[in-house]
Design a protein around this ligand. Structure first.
Ligand code: ABU
Length: 381
């Protein structure tokens, strides 16, 4: 497999979420952990064997089911002529450290979308903002080294590795959050008072929605203002729009506000846009913004930090063809009515490993070039 890959020709090129997909990375579930507590996050799943403070590998039978669904998804993509590469898992159940901190475990490499941001001929390794995920980029290094050798125009970038010292986080954020009243939580949502301080730039790649010259960046609990500012300075020739939504545990634009194809975006029916001018901006440019359908689940599945809104976490194969989670009947029906060819993909068992179909992939090559889908810009947005 490896030998076969090295003989292939690679071109890194992807400007948006919908142009015809020809080459993609699909994650693996191997060794994924319930993360040990750290300032950025705490897992507390006593009903499923992981009360607060505990950590360890997700059960092997869950891992096997998730890997089966990931492998089947990879085969489906290959059957449509799409080249699929896979990351190299590390031993995630090991203590890691830098001069600033020690962390009892890592996480996994199911969601490449969280780590790798492809913009044109460039792939950026995101900073990440959790200690357990600081080394996750290493899982993708064999592929990135290969692409670098094969594509002379590939720009391989890494955002500055954050120190993630205690100064990167608000002290005792989660304990304080638990003590907050409903009104105080509401206030935090409107003020975007999340766990990260502004000490240093932090962002997850899955907080960026790509639409040619326009990049939409979610100010979330894993992406801070400094991270957005770093991206803005890194991409001076793009229009970078910070966006935020009504959500008390905000993570990742790809289950929140998704640009599906030119002229059509999907908005989370619960996580209402709070960004002034966002909807007006889309309207001004003749984009329709539709609210997503009701998700299949009412709540987070067992041992999963991902919400039911993975219902809207999809992969576009081209502007007319969309891969959606097969359990999301209502969402698939909505896509059908919107004129898509919908490909149902069994994927529910992957959720606990860090996401849905968009999370589980990272673009390497889509046909097409950088277009301007929003010619009418708006002051202040
Ligand atoms: N990585 C997507 C997770 C988003 C969510 O849990 O809603």
């Amino acid at each position: 497999m490896q030998e076969q890959n090295t003989t292939r020709h690679t071109i890194v090129n992807s400007w948006n979420e919908w142009d015809p997909l020809k080459h993609v990375i699909v994650g693996r579930a191997d060794g994924t952990m319930v993360q040990a507590p750290e300032p950025a996050i705490e897992r507390n799943w006593p009903d499923h064997g992981f009360p607060l403070g505990t950590y360890g590998p997700l059960p092997k039978e869950m891992e096997a089911k998730a890997n089966e669904q990931l492998d089947n998804f990879a085969k489906l993509l290959e059957s449509r002529g799409i080249r699929v590469d896979r990351p190299t898992p590390l031993e995630f159940n090991q203590e890691v450290q830098t001069p600033d901190w020690e962390q009892k475990s890592m996480f996994g490499c199911m969601p490449p979308r969280d780590v790798l941001l492809t913009v044109g001929n460039e792939i950026i390794e995101a900073t990440m903002s959790q200690r357990a995920r600081w080394y996750e980029y290493l899982c993708y290094r064999p592929l990135l080294e290969q692409y670098f050798k094969e594509d002379p125009n590939f720009r391989w970038e890494a955002a500055p590795k954050p120190r993630l010292s205690d100064d990167t986080y608000k002290k005792d954020y989660w304990r304080e959050w638990e003590k907050k009243s409903k009104e105080e939580k509401e206030k935090a949502i409107y003020e975007r008072d999340w766990v990260l301080t502004e000490k240093e730039p932090c962002f997850d790649a899955a907080d960026i929605g790509r639409a040619g010259k326009d990049l939409f960046v979610y100010h979330s609990s894993v992406t801070n203002r400094a991270g957005i500012d770093w991206l803005r300075r890194h991409f001076p020739n793009y229009r970078l729009h910070p966006v935020w939504f009504y959500e008390d545990n905000p993570i990742h634009i790809d289950a929140t506000f998704v640009v599906l194809r030119p002229g059509l975006a999907l908005s989370n029916r619960k996580r209402k846009p709070l960004t002034p001018g966002l909807l007006e901006f889309f309207k001004k440019n003749d984009w329709e913004v539709v609210e997503c359908a009701k998700p299949f689940l009412d709540n987070y599945p067992p041992l999963s930090f991902c919400s039911p809104w993975l219902s809207m976490n999809t992969l576009m194969l081209d502007p007319k063809t969309i891969c959606a989670d097969a359990q999301e009947k209502d969402q698939m029906e909505q896509f059908d009515k919107l004129g898509f060819e919908v490909i149902p993909v069994e994927f529910a068992d992957v959720s606990a490993f860090g996401g849905g179909l968009h999370c589980a992939t990272a673009d390497v090559y889509r046909e097409g070039s950088c277009e301007d889908y929003f010619p009418h810009q708006m002051e202040g947005f």
